[in-house]
Design a protein around this ligand. Structure first.
Ligand code: NDP
Ligand code: ZN
Length: 352
């Protein structure tokens, strides 16, 4: 089969690989729509998971089931499915502890384009199909549904980690697709004011649609000081970190009220340690909490998020700024995700 792969650091291209084999609990899926992710960019161009050779890229796909294992109960050949970016081993002890994303090891629930080949191929393999696939709701555009694979569940996970409550003032640091979904999630959870940090106009326009009330430009000075100024020195109840760098944690601690919570889903790609400002952290006694995580993945989460789209609670289609038809555009779409032009939020590639 044909597949779009990381050939080595900074190198991508088309390769030939054997079609994956289907185990008794598994499924083989043919993609109908895929979307490149900032994580693919980290993988290829920043060596986030080390040097990999001929590893098929991608973890955001909606597709059609072409084969199921003998023990699969709920899916059959021909079903159109949303495939979660995180596909845990649900029987693993870490899943039973409530952390499926860490099943079989830290971050090991993230298998596509990490522990195994990804989804940018004519066919890809899904472990534990009954637990990791979700039926594509009737009439839902497969491209829109690719936002259920990673962007919605990750942005919403920041909201869950920070436990956003009615009336909270919330800062969202970073309004790429993950931060935009965090903004929408915070609004759905009843946040009062939502302060969004980002510069690209297209992202700001969509953030406004999703519930942003104020914008902060990180290029205009420290964001903690800007937010403290905007809130009359009080700060915010919650900070959702969906972008920025290692220094963002220090700024988040400074802008939090005592007892506030940071929910971070950001990938930290460099440095050995993160600094927390001692005094702003109440000399360790401020009850300001830092919670960080990879999203959980799995079928139930995908089904629930897709149901929210069907019910009109959230419209991720606003984020699909670049639509391509055909696998031939895979590299172009990935490079768009890398260059992040001012008009880009998320590219999607439809496959015939
Ligand atoms: P984007 O690159 O599209 O967005 C990043 C945002 O951060 C932009 O709004 C950007 O602003 C802003 N930003 C950049 N530098 C700073 C800074 N110094 N201070 C404050 N804000 C800044 O990323 P995505 O939305 O695609 O992904 C966000 C993160 O989530 C990535 O690190 C990604 O790897 C991670 N991720 C995590 C997952 C998980 O499960 N935990 C899953 C998927 C992704 P500007 O408008 O100027 O561009
Ligand atoms: Zn992704």
């Amino acid at each position: 089969m044909k597949a779009f792969a990381m050939l080595g650091l900074n190198r991508v291209g088309w390769i030939e690989k054997d079609r994956p084999a289907c185990g008794p609990l598994d499924a083989i899926v043919r993609p109908l729509a895929v979307s490149p992710c900032t994580s693919d960019v980290h993988t290829v161009y920043e060596g986030a998971i080390g040097d990999r050779h001929d590893m098929i890229l991608g973890h955001e796909a909606v597709g059609e089931v072409v084969e199921v294992g003998s023990l699969v109960k709920d899916f059959k050949v021909g079903d159109k499915v949303i495939v979660s970016a995180i596909t845990p081993d649900w029987g693993d002890i870490n899943s039973q502890r409530g952390f499926p994303m860490h099943s079989t090891g830290m971050l090991a629930g993230w298998k596509f384009s990490n522990f195994k080949d990804g989804v940018f191929a004519e066919f890809f393999h899904v472990n534990e199909a009954d637990a990791n696939l979700a039926l594509l709701p009737e009439g839902m555009d497969p491209g829109v549904a690719t936002m259920v694979c990673d962007m919605m569940p990750t942005g919403f996970h920041a909201v869950e980690l920070a436990d956003v409550q009615f009336g909270d003032d919330v800062a969202v640091v970073g309004i790429g697709p993950v931060g935009l979904m965090a903004t929408a999630g915070a609004a759905l959870r009843g946040a009062a004011n939502i302060f969004c940090v980002g510069t690209r106009q297209k992202c700001k326009d969509v953030a406004k649609e999703y519930g942003a009330t104020d914008f902060i430009n990180y290029k205009n000075g420290p964001i903690d000081q800007q937010i403290l100024e905007l809130t009359g020195g009080k700060g915010v109840d919650k900070v959702l970190i969906c972008g920025g760098d290692n220094n963002t944690f220090a700024q988040a601690i400074t802008m939090l009220k005592p007892g506030g919570i940071i929910g971070s889903v950001n990938y930290l790609g460099s440095g050995d340690t993160i600094s927390i400002p001692r005094v702003e952290w109440g000399c360790g006694m401020s009850h300001k909490q830092i919670r960080c995580g990879l999203m959980p993945g799995g079928r139930l989460r995908s089904e629930k998020l897709a149901a929210m789209i069907t019910a009109g609670r959230v419209d991720p289609s606003l984020m699909l700024t670049h639509k391509y038809q055909g696998f031939d555009h895979m590299e172009e779409a990935l490079l768009m995700m890398r260059s992040k032009t001012p008009d880009l939020i998320k590219p999607v590639v439809y496959i015939d």
